[in-house]
Design a protein around this ligand. Structure first.
Ligand SMILES: NC(=O)c1ccc[n+]([C@@H]2O[C@H](COP(=O)([O-])OP(=O)(O)OC[C@H]3O[C@@H](n4cnc5c(N)ncnc54)[C@H](OP(=O)(O)O)[C@@H]3O)[C@@H](O)[C@H]2O)c1
Length: 315
């Protein structure tokens, strides 16, 4: 990616830019003050950065203003107040709408977008920013809001590496670990979605299990240590699963889909007997049944991967 201007353009070079209220070495603008955007703002202010904030619903700026943030009255004013702008909105549609309406403000600025997106959306936003003379770094916050700003928090990035390097003083306030994944702006999004795919599915599994054990009269605090124990097993299972997927070979010498189908039937049966919803175990049951129907009965659980894998791209 070739960005002509790495430094913020002098304001005289940006005809539509508004006069910035202040620009310091560690100033930063922040667009979007939902729970995550606000957490990012608190972490930046805690470390003494000059933070300019903007939010569609203006009242949400008040808590950060009380801590020293300056509220901009427009998106363009916010972006031009600082060499770098963090964006944390609900989705890409909101980001594209915002940036699409303010192309002139982008010129000579670095835009770091921490809003959830698909890889293609991230690439499209990156193209818009660079086409308008800005530098683009995409990213995702991989911890919940209470952990923002902690040493063990993780934020992943992809896109223009120079943005990460140049604004590390500000970004280091957000997380102890800042991982850059490559030049392609879509890489952070695909890692984010991959991690959240696993996280959401795992949470759904836990909540179904919680309903099942409670329906059988087991208190959740009794069950919780056992739920945590099985997540330890799950963690240790990921690398062997990845090996089998990498080889597209699922030996079944430690477990088979036939065996696991019985387990899935037991979960369905026990749940059904107590009126517990069946959607989560039904999905796993059906994946196993389809694997067996496709000839993977003597194969390991990883063989259900064959139902997910996208067709190999033709060169
Ligand atoms: N919360 C978390 O634990 C967490 C963790 C990791 C990543 N994230 C990501 O962080 C991003 C923000 O999440 P969030 O938790 O702060 O809450 P959110 O509800 O996803 O986003 C709220 C923010 O988006 C703004 N917004 C929504 N639609 C808009 C539009 N069309 N134009 C302008 N602004 C718009 C809201 O403005 P108003 O105040 O005016 O409604 C508010 O500032 C999301 O992409 C989310 O996936 C969140």
């Amino acid at each position: 990616m070739n960005i002509p201007a790495r430094q913020p353009a002098p304001l005289t070079d940006a005809p539509d830019a508004h006069e910035p209220p202040r620009t310091t070495a560690t100033s930063i603008a922040l667009l979007g003050l939902g729970p995550m955007g606000s957490a990012l703002g608190h972490a930046l202010l805690r470390d003494g950065h000059d933070v300019t904030v903007w939010n569609r619903t203006a009242a949400r700026t008040a808590p950060l203003q009380a801590e020293g943030a300056v509220a901009a009255t427009s998106v363009a004013d916010a972006i031009t107040a600082s060499p770098v702008t963090l964006i944390c909105l609900r989705d890409s549609a909101a980001v594209e709408d915002l940036l699409g309406r303010h192309p002139d403000a982008i010129r000579g600025r670095a835009i770091i977008n921490l809003s959830s997106s698909t890889p293609d959306e991230a690439r499209r936003i990156g193209q818009h920013v660079t086409a308008n003379g800005g530098a683009y770094l995409d990213g995702a916050v991989m911890v919940p809001t209470p952990l923002v700003g902690h040493d063990d928090a993780l934020v992943i990035f992809s896109g223009d590496r120079t943005v990460l390097d140049q604004y590390r003083p500000q970004l280091a306030s957000l997380a102890g670990r800042l991982d850059w994944l490559g030049d392609d702006p879509g890489l952070a999004a695909v890692h984010d979605l991959g991690m959240l795919d696993l996280y959401l599915t795992g949470m759904a599994g836990f909540l179904h299990a919680a309903a099942l054990v409670q329906a059988e009269g087991v208190r959740l605090d009794q069950f919780l240590p056992y739920a945590i124990a099985i997540t330890d097993v799950l963690r240790d299972t990921l690398a062997p699963l990845a090996d089998e997927v990498g080889a597209r070979h699922y030996p079944g010498d430690e477990d088979t889909t036939e065996m696991e189908l019985r387990v899935a039937e037991h979960i369905l049966g026990a749940s059904g007997a107590k009126g517990v919803g069946l959607a989560v175990p039904r999905l796993v049951h059906d994946l196993l049944a389809d694997a067996i129907a496709s000839g993977y009965g003597a194969s390991g659980f990883a063989s259900i991967y064959e139902q997910f894998a996208a067709p190999t791209p033709t060169p």
